[in-house]
Design a protein around this ligand. Structure first.
Ligand SMILES: Cc1cc2nc3c(=O)[nH]c(=O)nc-3n(C[C@H](O)[C@H](O)[C@H](O)COP(=O)(O)OP(=O)(O)OC[C@H]3O[C@@H](n4cnc5c(N)ncnc54)[C@H](O)[C@@H]3O)c2cc1C
Length: 441
């Protein structure tokens, strides 16, 4: 009987396989561990959490909290497993990682439509994939070199990346416009960038704090990244007190309209979306610990009350330039019948990866019955996350779930009310979408 092959039994792979099975489709789920391990996994268990044991906040006014609701509503296996193996963790959903993985393993073993095969897939033409109606690549951020090379050959040299260097993103409303000003280099009339000026004392104080701040240690397999020309901002700062002033914080061509003079240094913020509701700190990819990022970056004039929609990171991460190489149904434009799910598409995070697998499983499951599942609305969290994968831009980068990915509310509101309005709109949009979706068995 025909089947769908899913490569990788991580968070996206098991969720996708499970949803396919719910629609009555046969699935071959191929996982290489424990025969071959990734540099981060430690076991042969399915859906192993490689680092933190938390699925982050359950707060319904946060995008990640709402994503949990959306996944629960649409029948997520990962959400049921997480809740069954949860540990007390305040407003976060944290799990006992071994029990979580075992729970998923038992569920998959008990689902007769899923055949778990322990083997490595070496490329898109691997004989293991023969006879599949469709192939889902859910091999994650640490997909093997051989499979990545095959994927790269399919999508094109420049469209698959091996690491991400993410700068923090702040909401536009939280930038203090008494301090910040518009203008790009030598073009003061432009409004592509917001500039936060620092005088000499502010600059030196900021650099000192940046150097002293707590960093996330670099894993052995990530060290090569820094040699590829992608230096964390704090490492640049350590090379000399003026390195940043001559680098990413260069003030040349950016006079402050209030004084007419170039400041000592400038932090440039670049718009993240057309509506310019969110801005990233240009060149500020960082390995600072999350709480340290908030503390240190709020020392920048204009960002004292910054609301961080996403924090920075530098990771080993295999992902494609999704808006260019994938269709809205996550199918490779260059290889019809091959789909991508999880972190390899350019979503970021355990839950986001699972959510991506969930949607693809539902979509392919419905398609197998000759029905079409529409893409969720971009005003929902899942829809916004998938929308990110369709948004063509010169510097496509992975994203976690956040309200900055959603269309603007179209009205001004304070921070708390804004979150509530985003949440109410998302909840309504997702419920309406799900109500009209073809049901699994
Ligand atoms: C070091 C590291 C730490 C991270 N920490 C966090 C964190 O704390 N919190 C968070 O939210 N996110 C974290 N992430 C990001 C991301 O959420 C996780 O990597 C998540 O597991 C991604 O889910 P996935 O299903 O896409 O990939 P994975 O869960 O990695 O699953 C991919 C599976 O594919 C298998 N595989 C790979 N290649 C092949 C092949 N050729 N043949 C067969 N099987 C193959 C792998 O063994 C693996 O089981 C981290 C990422 C990394 C790399």
């Amino acid at each position: 009987m025909s089947h769908v092959t899913v490569i990788g039994a991580g968070l996206a792979g098991v969720e996708c396989a499970w949803q396919l099975a719910r629609y009555g489709r046969r699935v071959r789920l191929v996982e290489m561990r424990p025969g071959r391990m990734t540099p981060a996994h430690r076991s042969g268990g399915l859906a192993e959490l490689v680092c933190s044991n938390s699925f982050r906040s359950v707060e319904p006014s946060m995008a990640i909290g709402l994503l949990k609701e959306e996944m629960r509503l649409s029948g997520s296996l990962v959400m049921v497993a997480a809740e069954a193996t949860a540990l007390p963790a305040g407003k976060a959903l944290a799990v006992d990682r071994e029990r979580f993985s075992e729970w998923i393993g038992a569920a998959v073993a008990g689902q007769e439509r899923i055949e778990l095969v322990r083997a490595e897939v070496t490329g898109l033409d691997d004989p293991l994939l023969e006879g599949s109606e469709a192939v889902v690549v859910a091999a994650g951020p640490l997909a093997t070199d051989e499979l990545s090379a095959s994927l790269r050959a399919a999508v094109g040299e420049g469209e698959l990346y091996f690491y991400d260097a993410i700068a923090p993103i702040v909401s536009a409303e939280s930038v203090d416009m008494e301090r910040a000003y518009w203008g790009s280099r030598y073009r003061p009339e432009d409004d592509d960038y917001l500039n936060c000026p620092l005088d000499e004392e502010e600059y030196r104080g900021f650099v000192a704090e940046l150097i002293a701040a707590r960093k996330v240690p670099c894993r052995e397999f990530e060290k090569e990244i820094h040699f590829e020309g992608c230096l964390p901002i704090e490492e640049m700062a350590e090379r000399g007190e003026m390195t940043l002033a001559f680098g990413p914080m260069k003030p040349v061509g950016l006079p402050d309209p209030r004084t007419g003079a170039e400041p000592f240094a400038v932090v440039q913020l670049r718009a993240e979306n057309r509506e310019r509701t969110a801005f990233n700190l240009v060149g500020f990819q960082t390995k600072l610990a999350y709480p340290e990022q908030e503390r240190v970056f709020r020392l920048i004039p204009g960002l004292h009350r910054a609301e961080f929609l996403r924090l920075g990171s530098i990771h080993r991460n295999t992902y494609v330039n999704a808006p260019r190489v994938l269709t809205p149904r996550l199918e490779l434009k260059a290889r019809p019948g091959v789909y991508l799910a999880g972190q390899i598409t350019g979503v970021e995070g355990y839950l986001e990866s699972a959510a991506c697998g969930l949607w693809l499983g539902l979509s392919l499951g419905a398609a197998g019955r000759g029905e079409e599942l529409s893409v969720p609305p971009v005003t929902s969290v899942l829809g916004a996350l998938l929308g990110h994968l369709r948004c063509v831009r010169p510097d496509f980068q992975p994203s976690n779930a956040n309200f900055g990915l959603m269309p603007d509310l179209g009205r001004r509101a304070g921070k708390r009310l804004r979150k509530e309005l985003y949440a109410a709109r998302a909840r309504e949009a997702f419920a309406a979408w799900w109500a009209g979706a073809p049901r699994p068995e």
